[in-house]
Design a protein around this ligand. Structure first.
Ligand code: F0G
Length: 445
């Protein structure tokens, strides 16, 4: 196998490696893949990345993804050469990740019960399509372009389809999006139409839509851009990169994410594993993943709420039968994932194994929050002048819950990721119209 960059199966007992141009998202035994790099980027790049915050006419410096391009160099190009960057790297004129960085939010801190100086929230809704997905879509579509793809495919609870549609339109590619009919926010659906994507309505939930889209990609040579695509995971590493950079590469105690298909915590875990191996960080922040109560697969399994066994990555030997029995149980009892936070209404998180690996590496935790807690979290961010969607409210509600349980300490440094902006216009209207809601400000007659 040539070195540089390559694909590697995540399962140590399998260990298969592939050329970087492979487009199947699984190894031939059905495991997820990682993008692997054989070099260790020098920590001198920290200064280069900082200097690029003055972009000096380069969209790749402006981009919050490609600013860190030496740490994502799966194309194996000279990242200091603008002409090569322009030829290979896909960017929405530098807009992906450009405006997202950690901010203090005093009212959120008060609500969550932590010190305002040590709580940071990172609004990924500031991305051009309005969610964190643009970080990973820039890199996945870069790989698609590198291997000559004409059509990208995804299943989505809404944000992935908006992001995929946007990048496809910009690159002149076709884009098919499989969505659970009637279960995505109208603002997300309208983006997919607006960007000219072909909508495929699936009679079922996200898990059904993903299954169908993966079959379609396999049978008709479509290129999957869901987070099972390892190149998506590469771009999403820049979410923690930006957080760490703004904190002077001084790792926080916690990084908190909502959990759906678990691509985001998988990429955060991979980013931290690499940075630690390369000597860029000494301390390893703990990841907290927050599920919706009605879609709590990771939390249930991780916390031993199913068959009394706490599921662990177990150095690459997780009890996969336990996962299958959990899914079979849901099927048998007719239990479907159910939450108003449709973005994370997912029962079978496709990245569960990478997610477990991330939690093991970081001594992470998983928990759940209720719909009303998420709505309060979403609303208090709004009162701080930041707009986020209900699923993102899970980060805030999760921090509050973990503080109450004494797991997050009052003075711990915490970065919560606000994954997307509000695309369900009636949600805040309904919330504020009901005076019983904690932060409601009902209209005056
Ligand atoms: N927050 C938002 C706003 C999302 O759209 C998603 C996932 C998540 C959190 C969960 O992230 O899947 O990496 O654990 N949305 C996907 C989609 C599934 O299709 O847009 P995850």
């Amino acid at each position: 196998m040539q070195r540089g960059s390559y694909l590697k199966c995540i399962s140590p007992s399998c260990g298969l490696e592939y050329e970087i141009g492979r487009t199947d998202v699984y190894c031939e035994r059905g495991h997820l893949l990682d993008v692997a790099y054989s070099d260790s980027p020098s920590t001198d790049l920290k200064d280069v990345f900082y200097e690029r915050r003055n972009p000096q006419d380069s969209i790749f410096n402006e981009s919050g993804v490609w600013r860190f391009r030496e740490l994502l160099n799966f194309c194996q190009i000279d990242m200091t050469d603008d002409a090569q960057c322009s030829k290979y790297l896909v960017s929405l004129d530098g807009a992906e990740g450009r405006q997202s960085k950690p901010y203090h939010m005093s009212k959120v801190a008060e609500f969550a019960g932590v010190s305002g100086d040590s709580l940071w929230l990172q609004p990924e809704g500031y991305n051009p399509s309005g969610s964190f997905k643009d970080n990973g879509m820039a890199t996945a579509v870069t790989h698609a372009k590198m291997v000559g793809v004409k059509k990208i495919i995804c299943a989505s609870t809404g944000n992935t389809s908006a992001s995929a549609g946007m990048f496809a339109a910009n690159e002149g590619m076709d884009c098919d999006v499989y969505i659970p009919a009637g279960q995505i926010a109208p603002g997300k659906l309208s983006q997919a139409y607006q960007f000219g994507a072909q909508i495929v309505q699936v009679d079922g939930n996200f898990d059904d839509a993903l299954r169908q889209s993966l079959d379609e990609a396999q049978n008709h040579q479509g290129y999957t851009v869901n987070s099972v695509n390892p190149f998506r995971i590469e771009g999403q590493k820049t979410i923690p990169f930006r957080a760490l950079e703004y904190l002077g590469w001084d790792a926080p105690d916690w990084l908190v994410y909502p959990g759906g298909a678990l691509g985001n915590i998988s990429s955060c875990g991979k980013a931290l594993m690499e940075l630690h191996r390369w000597g860029w960080i000494k301390k390893i922040p703990r990841i907290a993943v927050i599920n919706a109560e009605g879609a709590g697969t990771m939390s249930d399994l991780y916390n031993g709420e199913f068959e009394g066994e706490s599921l662990r990555w177990n150095k690459g030997h997780p009890n996969e039968d336990l996962i299958q029995r959990y899914y079979a149980g849901l099927e048998k009892d007719g239990i479907r994932p159910k939450t108003g936070a449709t973005a994370i209404q997912i029962g079978r998180p496709a990245n569960i194994l990478k997610g477990l690996r991330a939690l093991e590496f970081t001594d992470g935790v998983a928990t759940t929050v209720s719909d009303s807690e998420m709505l309060d979290g979403m609303s208090i961010a709004g009162l701080n002048g930041f707009d986020c969607e209900m699923a993102s409210g899970a980060s805030i509600a999760g921090i509050k819950k973990l503080v109450n349980k004494g797991i997050i300490k009052k003075d711990d440094t915490v970065v919560g990721i606000l994954t997307g902006r509000q695309k369900d216009a009636m949600l805040p209207v309904d919330y504020h119209s009901d005076p019983k809601n904690r932060f409601a400000r009902p209209p005056r007659a």
